[in-house]
Ligand binder design. Structure first.
Ligand code: GLN
Length: 472
């Protein structure tokens, strides 16, 4: 059977495999071909792991031929951000320091995706060490946005977002320390979840800022996202920050609708917002209101300190985590760090040094607590909040890369969820011209199912994911 891979979702591909209408080998070959073809244009993969993918596909076809029970992600082609260690597949974090690093073990998420019999198409490009909001800090050159090749796909998980938007895979993994899943998802018309801090194991994932890092996924639809989270979340004895409790099926309750749910619109997130983006998001909110949700204004008064707080805590932790790359244990020596990594190491070391620790780091930690208290208070009155994901549309390559402050302000709406620890879901909510817009649904700790429920209800009405980029 001939399939158009651009039309598939995890759900539809999985149905075709289960009904034996297509073989995993054919599916894999089709995605690999597209990945090789479009990578020249988009630069979304650092490594395409064709040999691994072909072996995995053979195994899947054998399981299906033997009528073994098939899971919902069996045979699904996935792209993996190059922050995830993959045994026998080069893992670079998009830095020259790790250019030839070959891990000897798998991250827990990778082991789980292997157990679920997914297929690894390749390792995706990103800002080096996940430092950035555009993909331009990669030591392997920037990734392009499939919706407009002169624009950035967002970052730091730039390659994962572009690879999926260009239909070279059916899902992609990401890391989100201050928005690196949600913002590229918004820029590439995708669903992207940053789960609650501790929901998904971080064992084997290159650490950026340990009190903020969360692991999640990009998919085309909300349902697909719930399927992949179900395969990867759950306790892990290798990661003490990972929450206990049995693994869960995140598709449960997804059809519940929004009737009677209370949605808060945080006033501070709509002040000074670009008028067109505001209008697009408020139109989406109206849609949810039409479906029975109750909308009310809420306030998160410490929002204005979010970026400043994040850019003290995050580089402090970065400076500690990057200390291990000393040229003895992993990869090359510290002279290979790029400009952005060096900037963050210097900022963080300064904020943690004697005499400045109390003035900067300790103070930032106190403000972080106040920001969390704002959220806890709001969630006593509403079920979820809705706000923009990015203050701008996908911007042009080169537009902000030489102005770190302008780049850092791209994170204004996303860093708070990481500072607070709560889950946040980006879903596509329309287009301005040919460029996609995303909105964030943020909920209390461990409310992933509720976020999917709201996102799914909206997606059923709008189906923005059907609007594909026009690529050859
Ligand atoms: N853009 C933010 C930063 O540069 C977030 C990065 C991330 O989430 N990894 O720090």
């Amino acid at each position: 059977m001939k399939v158009d891979v651009t039309e598939l979702t995890i759900k539809s591909a999985s149905d075709l495999l289960a009904k034996k209408q297509i073989k995993a080998k054919e599916l894999t070959e089709a995605f690999l071909k597209r990945a090789y073809g479009l990578n020249k244009k988009l630069n979304c993969y650092i490594t395409i792991s064709a040999d691994v993918a072909q072996k995995q596909a053979e195994k899947v076809d054998k399981l299906i031929a033997d009528n073994q029970p098939v899971g919902p992600t069996l045979g699904i082609p996935i792209a993996v951000k190059d922050m995830f260690t993959t045994r026998g597949i080069k893992t670079t974090a998009a830095s020259r320091v790790l250019e030839n690093y070959m891990p000897v073990y798998d991250a827990t998420v990778i082991s789980r995706l292997k157990e679920a019999n997914t297929i690894f198409i390749g390792k995706t490009n990103q800002d080096a060490w996940a430092h950035g909001a555009s993909g331009e800090n990669s030591d392997f050159g920037p990734t392009k946005n499939p919706y407009d090749l002169i624009r950035v796909p967002g970052g730091s998980s730039s390659g994962s977002a572009a690879a999926l938007a260009a239909s070279t895979c059916l899902a992609a993994t990401g890391t989100d320390t201050g928005g690196s899943i949600r913002q590229p998802a918004a820029f590439c018309n995708l669903v992207g979840l940053k789960p609650t801090y501790g929901r998904v194991s971080r064992y084997g994932i290159i650490a950026m800022a340990s009190s903020l890092d969360a692991i999640g996924h990009f998919t085309k639809t909300v349902y697909d996202n719930a399927l992949i989270l179900s395969a990867t979340a759950g306790p892990d004895s290798f990661d003490a920050t990972c929450v206990q409790g049995a693994a869960s099926d995140y598709t449960q309750g997804i059809h519940g609708g929004v009737k009677g749910l209370k949605i808060g619109l945080p006033r501070e997130y709509y002040e000074n917002l670009d008028e067109k983006i505001k209008k697009t998001i408020l139109t989406a909110v109206k849609k949810l209101e039409g479906l029975g949700a109750k909308i009310e204004e809420v306030s998160l008064p410490h929002t204005e300190y979010g970026v400043a707080t994040y850019y003290i805590i995050q580089p402090s932790e970065v400076s500690a985590n990057l200390a291990r790359y000393d040229g003895i244990r992993f990869g090359r020596d510290r002279s290979k760090f790029g400009a952005e990594a060096k900037r963050r190491i210097i900022l963080g070391t300064y904020a943690l040094s004697a005499g400045y620790y109390d003035a900067f780091y300790l103070k930032a930690m106190k403000v972080r607590r106040l920001i969390r208290e704002d959220f806890l208070k709001v969630f006593r009155g509403v079920d979820v909040t809705i706000c923009p994901t990015s203050p701008t549309l996908p911007f042009c390559l080169g537009q902000k890369v030489n102005d770190p402050l302008a780049m850092y302000l791209s994170d204004i709406y996303t860093v708070t969820a990481n500072l607070v620890g709560v889950p946040s879901l980006n879903i596509p909510c329309g287009f301005i011209g040919h460029l996609p817009v995303g909105m964030q649904i943020i909920g209390p700790d461990f409310s992933e199912k509720l976020l999917y429920q709201v996102g799914y209800a909206y997606e059923q009405e709008t189906k923005w994911y059907e609007r594909k980029p026009s690529l050859a």
